[in-house]
Design a binder for this molecule. Sequence first.
Ligand code: ATP
Ligand code: MG
Length: 234
Amino acid sequence: MISARGIQARIGSSEVLKGIDLEVGPGQLLAVIGANGAGKTSLLRVLSNLLPAHAGEIVFAGSPTAGRSAHDLARSGLVHVPQGRQIVPSLSVRDNLLLGTHALGDASADRAARLEREFDRFPVLRERASVAGSSLSGGEQQMLAVARGLMMNPKVLMLDEPSLGLAPQIVRIILTTLRRLADDGLAVILVEQVAALALKVADHAILLRNGESVLQGPAAAFSDNQALVDNYLS
Ligand SMILES: Nc1ncnc2c1ncn2[C@@H]1O[C@H](COP(=O)(O)OP(=O)(O)OP(=O)(O)O)[C@@H](O)[C@H]1O
Ligand SMILES: [Mg+2]
């Protein structure tokens, strides 16, 4: 569903990605792990065309993404849930959910059905539908951010550190949801600093360090090399 070859990117004069390859098919969950500053967010930003790559090629749903805007890609189903959630604090939960579909000019009549689908997936969001985004707990805000992405009917869902700052039981709910979405056919790219959690739900993983992939392959192989992974993450 999405593949990238030889991705290189710079921020200012520093090389933040130094030749990354990846491939995620329908039904697969790829974990991208690495320490602070490893390049995880930069990789997602490049895949969304929010940060230009100066080398390499990205193919999404069969076509190269070069020259397409992030909005256009999101409309086609390449959806990015950013680090920090970016909930609109003054809007209700319901309006936050509808925001993406409005902003992208998606006039589909099944918006109400999509809303119901997300309320079924995250019942706490239905209970809180009319309250302002700002009054949600951190965990509820993260569920809202994931649900808002899912409102776009993605083919690829990319999430940047959804577990950040959340209680373990909330993290479990979110990661279990992501695994279930992959099992239902979605391609998922999950960026996480908490590698052990991400590896539990992932099929494949990439370990980044200083913009390079230092280990890449089936998630089980990472769990078998825990000492190596811990060494690179510290
Ligand atoms: N706006 C920016 N200006 C300058 N350098 C930046 C900027 N954003 C990121 N960088 C640098 O790019 C490199 C990769 O950063 P990136 O945010 O992709 O890492 P990350 O793996 O997502 O880290 P974290 O786990 O802290 O979110 C780091 O060296 C960082 O200092
Ligand atoms: Mg980051």
